[in-house]
Every structure is written in C-alpha cells, then in structure tokens.
Design a protein around this ligand. Sequence first.
Ligand SMILES: C[S@@+](CC[C@H](N)C(=O)[O-])C[C@H]1O[C@@H](n2cnc3c(N)ncnc32)[C@H](O)[C@@H]1O
Length: 335
Amino acid sequence: MNRITCGNCVALLRKTKEPFADLIFADPPFNIGYKYDKYHDKVKKKNYIAWTKDWMTVCKKVLKPHGSFYIAIGDEYSANVKIIADELGLFMRNWIIWHYTFGQRTKKKFARSHTHIFYFVNDKDKFTFNDHAVRTPSDRQLIYNDRRANPAGKMPDDVWSHFPRICGTFRHRRNWHPCHMPESLLARIIRVSSDEGDWVLDPFSGSGTTAVVAAKLKKKYTGIELSGEYTRESRKRIQNCKNLPVEGEGPREWTDYMDRELKWLYHENNVPTGQLSVEEHKLALFTAKFNSIMANEENHFTPNEIMKRLIRLRKSGKLGPLHQKKVRTSKAKSS
Ligand SMILES: C[S@@+](CC[C@H](N)C(=O)[O-])C[C@H]1O[C@@H](n2cnc3c(N)ncnc32)[C@H](O)[C@@H]1O
C-alpha cells in the first residue's frame, strides 16, 4: 500500500487473493504506437483485445464489491472495452468524453480532440458517489442570480471540457513520460468515487498521476508500472508532492493585463456573454483562444473562471457593448 510497484499488472494482480481496491483508474496504452520505455504500443488487434480482457479481468477480481472502475481508452478500442465490461458483469454509470482543445493536426479527417473515460461499478445499487465534492456553479447562480438555483451548484455533464491536455511545452509536462493525465481530472474522479481512507489502484501508473493525486487527497494508493525508469521517476514525484495543491487547482493571480486581453478577445469574438454561457462549446473555444493568447500553462484558465471574469467585467461596466453585425438590406445589396 502507498507505493508504486514495478512489474506487470496482470501477473501481479492475478496473485492477489482478496479484493482490496475501492477505486480503480486504468489508462492503458491505446495501441496507437506511442513510444514507451518498455512497452511496445503497436500489437496485433486480436492480441490487444485479448490482453485488454486479461487486465480488465484481474482488475475486476481485486475490486471491492462496492467499488468503482474507470477506464480511459481511445476510439479504436472503446467498443471492445464496453463489451468486455458487460461480459465481466460490470455496470456502466457513465460513458464520459474528455474533450480537449489541443487535438491532433489532420488534413483528411476531422481533428480528434477527445478520449473516452468509462465509469463502471461492481454493484449497480451500492457505490460511492460524492456528488457534493464535484458540483460546479450553475448558470442560474453565476449569471442569472436566480433564487431557485441549488446553492450546492450543478452536477458536471458527462462531457468534460475543463481539463486541458498536457502538451509538449506545458510546465506540468514530465519529459520522461510520453503522455500523462492532468491531475485535476484525476482529482474529480478520486473525490467523487472514494471516501476517506479508501484505497485507489492504478494498474498502468505511468508518470504516477493517480498515486500523486490520491496522496494529495489523503487516500491510500497502489500504482503498478512496467518500466523501471517510470517507476523510479514517479516515486520521486510522489516524494516531492507533499503539501502541494492538485496541479491546475492552485491559486492563480489575475492581472489587469489579463482583463485587457479578455476584453479585446471578447470584442474580437463578438459573441455576447449570454450566448457564451449557454453554448458550452462556444465558451470552451473562447477559453482555448484566451489560454493560447496567455501562452503558458501557468495561466490555463477553465471556462468557468473565464465566464466569471467576463461577468465581473460586464457588471463593472468595463466590458462595453459588442458592435452590431451589419445586416445588408436589399437596397444596400443592389447598390
Ligand atoms: C498511458 S500510460 C499511463 C499514464 C498515466 N495515466 C499517467 O497519467 O501518467 C500507460 C502506462 O502503462 C505502462 N504499462 C504497459 N503495460 C503494462 C503492464 N502490463 N503492467 C503495468 N504497466 C504497464 C506503460 O509503461 C505506460 O507507462
């Protein structure tokens, strides 16, 4: 307990006699040719599916009766994961889409900008779900000041757009591992699906994100990682994370310069705040533009934060009206 073990998760978990995990988060290699230290991420489709069944089976075996099991997976094998989960008797609570704005560049198809995250439970009636720990302010609270608003906020949707992907230049990127999850995304999962003292397992620990967040949130954890190098580096990461906030959740200072840039972008974008607040994709796009203007991860703001800032500017009278789009009249057309 409370360590990252170097080894093969299938072999190690198969030896375990009793279920111990209250929560499992698994982010396996997606079989898309990523360059890992020890694992070869391009195997025959049928071998990958058979292996997926092996590791999901051992994970299910170590999951406690009221435990939760999250699996991150790409488009290619998401259907297989769902079918295997059904065969294993897991119950799906949500098929979450993690949407990010730094998609891959493509020319001959639409740019991919999401990962699937399955949320399964062992028992469809009894499981931990701490809704109060993950509620977010609603539009009724933030914008309309509506007295009918639930003061606890609203439940987030099953499309998660607020967690930026950790890209090449970001400060939080660990160069010794090719892909890792944002801590704030793991924090949402761990907060909602585990209680104090619960035990979190990550069979594909990678850079140790799950273990680090579990440690920060005072849960027990076990990580398993095939690569000796990743294991060593992630153990160091855990040692150095004491007393630090979850990355992406620490306090960030908002400056006058940011207000000016936000106002400029708002006018450039020419979409009213009322519309941004109801059309999530427009707000996500606006936020992505703002974050890219700010150019570093230190200033990576969430759509909620940006919306609050816009409302504050509007209320203080500093935002100013948007210019009206010119409507061409038939007279103007003929001239
Ligand atoms: C997608 S990465 C996980 C990244 C992790 N979620 C993070 O945030 O850092 C998958 C990891 O699984 C490891 N791996 C592959 N096969 C494994 C196995 N059989 N047992 C344990 N780890 C394995 C790879 O070395 C790689 O680091």
